[in-house]
Write a protein that binds this ligand. Structure first.
Ligand code: ATP
Ligand code: MG
Length: 566
């Protein structure tokens, strides 16, 4: 492709709203353009990289025995109603109606769609296992679209679904996909960790997330230094460090003016923060719920969601007025004598003589004890992991890292086959539910993860496997006949050898060409400059930026070798 013909609207300046490198460089390199919040157009260079990622994913899925199909991006509401997720998905789902008022959504994922596709046709145990996938645009009306195509409202996802006859066979299918995912992210050359995930709204019995490490990632993961255990922050179990046990003292109401925070009350009463019960005042599905955890910790919302089974969009903090409505007082909510659902982290029930809010302004109780003074639903672990926590069952401290979730695999079990009535007959003619798994790769998000891990101050540094073009030939001065002659010859030779090559034949100044070349990040480069008459070129690579003056033939060979070895 000739740059003189290529649509590549590069920008000199950093776009205002681009917070992270991938967003900034994709815009500046003329690879994407924004249409609306979280909605993008992929331009020629950007789209080539996306298609390369797609092809890697496709090859690895095909190798793993998955079969590609393509379902509509528009899905009928009925199947989502049947599974119960039409309402559960909440405001993240783009819903629409046709001219006859029939309801649809733009698919945010496709568990229901795949299950109902095969449920009436796959009837015998002999038809299993089955592994189907698609690479399809997905739609989620994200609360906070950010970072360009990293968290978009329209994005490309590969989603696969496996169907098996038993949990054991699901385990086999799951491990097969797990390995395929390792191959995919290895080929994308990502530096990633595989951690246990929270099943969340998806349901099921287990999951792993593939997290591309990056300081700009929205996800936090924790892992043991030995590498034996890793989990997302949401999933990570916390073993709370209990204080020494004491004998129960007499409960007492004490005056505690201006102590609405844990820090204030702990200081005022001169007690450890951990012994002051922290209240999180929530409205869950319209009902008041007070959650209590030790005062030195934060609530893990994912664990609470998993316990209550309430959808995330149905959970919010209480307004002050709502706290007054339950006859309590903001900053002084407590679990004793109150008309609300009370949920208590187990650790608080193992501690004696707690400080709790009295539900009255300026008063707390001291020496409050679970069972004797207050009651509630006890949940094993509602705590967010924090620095210093031990990996349960070991004496290793968790290590923390940030990253971008590029893939997620789930053991769904029979959750969807049950709700959607998908059954088969086993060897003995007995009716059983399909046992399912689902497996997602963020195709367009992977582009951003690759760039986050591969860039410098001048632009993108594409790995060869996903670069929009493998090589670029730059003619420094298009008015010089020798340079043009040599540049055209190298370009044609490389094309003949099957190399994906760009020719910079633009009339621009050399400085502009070099800047653009760095920005768009093509890995292998040949520059035809002053020594062109002698058949001498500069050969360089984007990553190392070393320049070599060698003959055109040698430079071509270098490129062929690099591609051969990729
Ligand atoms: P997140 O936690 O980042 O919102 P998710 O867990 O909801 O993602 P999944 O349902 O697991 O996402 O979807 C499978 C994959 O699709 C994710 O691992 C991610 O790579 C990609 N993905 C999900 N949401 C988006 C989005 N808004 N924009 C781009 N890619 C996305
Ligand atoms: Mg996920």
């Amino acid at each position: 492709m000739r740059l003189s013909k290529l649509y590549m609207p590069t920008l000199r300046e950093d776009p205002q709203d681009a917070e992270i490198a991938s967003h900034k460089y994709l815009l500046r390199a003329g690879m994407i353009r924004k249409t609306a919040s979280g909605i993008y157009t992929y331009l020629p260079l950007g789209y080539r990289s996306i298609r390369k990622i797609e092809n890697i994913v496709r090859e690895e899925m095909d190798n793993a025995g998955a079969m590609e199909i393509l379902m509509s991006a528009i899905q009928p509401a009925e199947i989502w109603r049947e599974s119960g997720r039409w309402d559960k998905f909440g405001p993240e789902m783009f819903k629409l109606k046709d001219r006859n008022d029939r309801e649809f959504c733009l698919g945010p994922t496709a568990e229901e769609y795949f299950t109902t596709l095969i449920r009436d046709e796959v009837k015998s145990y002999k038809d299993f296992p089955l592994n189907l996938y698609q690479i399809q645009t997905k739609y989620r009306d994200e609360k906070r679209p950010r970072f360009g195509i990293n968290r978009a409202r329209e994005f490309s996802m590969k989603d696969a679904y496996t169907f098996d006859t038993s949990e054991e066979n699901l385990d086999i299918a799951y491990m097969n996909m797990y390995r395929a995912y390792e191959n995919i992210f290895d080929r994308l050359t990502l530096d990633y960790k595989i951690v246990e995930g929270d099943n969340g709204a998806m349901g099921g019995t287990g999951s792993h997330e593939f997290i591309a490490l990056s300081e700009t990632g929205e996800g936090v993961i924790v892992y043991s230094p030995s590498g034996k255990f890793g989990a997302t922050e949401e999933k990570a179990p916390v073993k709370y460090n209990l204080p020494e046990t004491e004998i129960e003292k007499e409960i007492e109401k004490v005056n505690t003016p201006n102590t609405k925070t844990i820090d204030e009350v702990a200081e005022f009463l001169n007690v450890e923060k951990k012994k002051c019960a922290k209240a999180i005042d929530l409205i869950i599905e319209g009902e008041p719920v007070l959650v209590f955890i030790p005062g030195d910790r934060e609530l893990n919302m994912a664990k609470l969601i998993s316990y209550t089974a309430a959808p995330e969009h149905e959970i919010r903090m209480m307004e002050d007025e709502e706290i007054l409505n339950i006859k309590s007082y903001p900053g002084y909510t407590g679990p004793k004598d109150i008309d609300a659902r009370i949920i208590v982290d187990k650790s608080l029930t193992d501690m004696k003589n707690l400080v709790i809010g009295s539900n009255e302004d300026e008063y707390h109780y001291i020496n409050a004890n679970f069972g004797r003074d207050f009651k509630g639903e006890v949940v094993e672990d509602l705590l967010l992991v924090q620095e210093g926590d031990l990996v349960p069952g070991t004496d290793e401290k968790y290590e923390f890292a940030r990253g971008i979730e590029v893939g997620n695999i789930f053991k769904l079990g029979t959750k969807y086959s049950k709700s959607l009535g998908a059954t088969f007959l086993d060897e003995n003619g007995k009716e059983k539910y399909f046992v399912m798994g689902s497996y997602g790769v963020g195709i367009t998000r992977s582009v951003t993860a690759i760039i986050e891990q591969n860039h410098d101050e001048n632009g993108i540094i594409w790995p060869l496997s996903v670069a929009p073009y493998e090589a670029i030939v730059t003619i420094v001065n298009v008015k010089n006949e020798e340079q043009v002659r040599l540049g055209e010859k190298i370009y044609n030779d490389l094309k003949k050898k099957g190399v994906e090559v760009l020719l910079d034949d633009r009339r621009d100044r050399a400085g502009v060409k070099f800047k653009d070349r760095d920005l768009i990040g093509i890995p292998l480069r040949i520059t035809c400059g002053k020594k062109s008459a002698d058949n001498i070129v500069e050969y360089s690579t984007r990553r190392e930026m070393v320049n070599m003056e060698i003959t055109a033939g040698e430079a071509i060979n270098n490129i062929l070798e690099e591609i051969e070895n990729k």
